[in-house]
Design a protein around this ligand. Structure first.
Ligand SMILES: Nc1nc2c(ncn2[C@@H]2O[C@H](COP(=O)(O)OP(=O)(O)OP(=O)(O)O)[C@@H](O)[C@H]2O)c(=O)[nH]1
Ligand SMILES: [Mg+2]
Length: 384
């Protein structure tokens, strides 16, 4: 089964299957009972025991069902967020792809040229598109692909391969074994660092974790106040110094407080003055040193926030930040605001850092753990 079918099945699967499974299991439980008939007392004992067993089994199953239902609902919700957040890209990119298939009735050089243009327009990035086209051409030749409908599926398949390559993608947050987990947020001005911190804090609270925000952006006027306001709104603890003070010393004091207060996750906001790369590098080095001194192995994550609407510029930012500090993951915000959502694929290939979260809107639910399958579904659902 191709990836296209797999994803289609995953998200469109009806609930019928589950009901069927449940029936079969219950029947086999009854059968067991009749099979193992015994005599008198022993028999009665046995029956009682079995009844009890059956009850607990039923309860267990019910509980399991409820748990499963919850996660299923969660999956459904998050698929909806992906669908909605990727509307612009889908309407642009996928409708072009569908039109292309309608326009040509077989695979020709013109078809490939137009496809290449569509992919570049979707901000997948020239290099990525080139290697993609090479692979696609080869596959068409080797597998003798003539059917354009089928080729559409191969395209989806190959786009997925761009992202996954041969690696196991780790998009989970690396939580510390012993709290607090320290997450450092970096990125240039206006990309969405502060609001991402707020969304993440709200999500962590839903999971029952306590959070503290530290205002490491002491540079921009108003940044400390803004973070404080988000901390209040999300029921987070907050630590901030005064404007213009040394970010490292604010972070040092904040982390001490976080340890005293038994905080689970500390979210650190920073200023992103990439114009002055050397200064930023030195500052981040100092910040990392300070964090490591107080929290061994910290920071556990350094997330680079990138605004998807800035397209290739965002990719350059990722490359620049990668040079100056150890980035463990990318948060790609404002995907809902661009028709060029292909940037997700480009980042992974051209920078080699996994996208861990994506922003698909301004609500807290709109910050989603990046899931390539949901992403592909959100993009191509009209074709499935
Ligand atoms: N539509 C949309 N807007 C977003 C998303 N993420 C952030 N924003 C908006 O982007 C704007 C800038 O966000 P901030 O969090 O202030 O950005 P920042 O990186 O902290 O900015 P500075 O502190 O100035 O460096 C705000 O208006 C956010 O609401 C998203 O995923 N989708
Ligand atoms: Mg900010």
């Amino acid at each position: 089964m191709g990836l296209f079918d797999k994803i289609k099945k995953m998200f469109k699967r009806s609930e019928e299957e589950d009901i069927g499974e449940e029936k079969v299991e219950e029947e086999s439980l009854e059968e067991q009972e009749i099979d193992e008939e015994d005599s008198n007392e022993e028999y009665k004992e046995n029956i009682k025991e079995k009844e009890e067993k059956k009850l607990t089994k039923k309860e267990e199953k019910k509980k399991k069902k409820e748990e499963q239902k919850e996660t299923k609902d969660e999956v459904k919700e998050s698929v909806k967020v992906y669908e909605k957040g990727l509307t612009k890209t889908r309407e642009n990119f996928v409708s072009k792809l569908i039109n292309l298939t309608r326009k040509y009735n077989k695979v020709t050089e013109e078809y490939f040229d137009e496809l290449e243009e569509i992919l570049i327009m979707a901000d997948i990035g020239v290099d990525t598109v080139m290697s993609f086209m090479d692979r696609l051409r080869k596959r068409v030749r080797n597998e003798n692909i003539e059917d354009l409908e089928y080729l559409k599926e191969v395209i989806v398949d190959e786009l997925f391969i761009i992202y996954v390559s041969d690696e196991i993608i780790v998009n989970k947050i690396n939580y510390a074994e012993k709290a607090p987990t320290v997450i450092l947020f970096v990125g240039v001005n206006g990309v969405g660092k502060t609001t991402t911190i707020a969304k993440m804090a709200a999500k962590l609270h839903d999971e029952g974790k306590s959070t503290m925000m530290i205002a490491g952006d002491t540079f921009r006027a108003g940044a400390i106040e803004q973070l404080k306001e988000w901390a209040d709104r999300t029921d987070s603890k907050f630590y901030g110094g005064s404007e213009g003070s040394d970010p490292s010393s604010v972070i040092y004091d904040g982390l001490e407080k976080a340890i005293n207060d038994d905080i689970d996750v500390v979210l650190i906001d920073t200023a992103g003055r990439l114009q002055n790369k050397d200064n930023l590098m030195r500052e981040l080095e100092k910040i990392n040193k300070v964090i490591g001194k107080i929290v061994p192995n910290g920071p556990h994550e350094t997330l680079l926030v990138i605004d998807a609407t800035t397209g290739q510029n965002g990719i350059s930012q990722a490359k620049a930040f990668k040079e100056i500090t150890n980035i463990t993951g990318i948060v790609l915000t404002k995907l809902d605001g661009t028709a060029k959502g292909g940037i997700v694929l480009a980042i992974k290939e051209s920078v080699g850092i996994p996208v861990k979260y994506i922003g698909l809107g301004e609500r807290k639910e709109d910050l989603q753990v990046f899931d390539i399958e949901k992403y592909i579904y959100g993009l191509f659902k009209d074709m499935m």
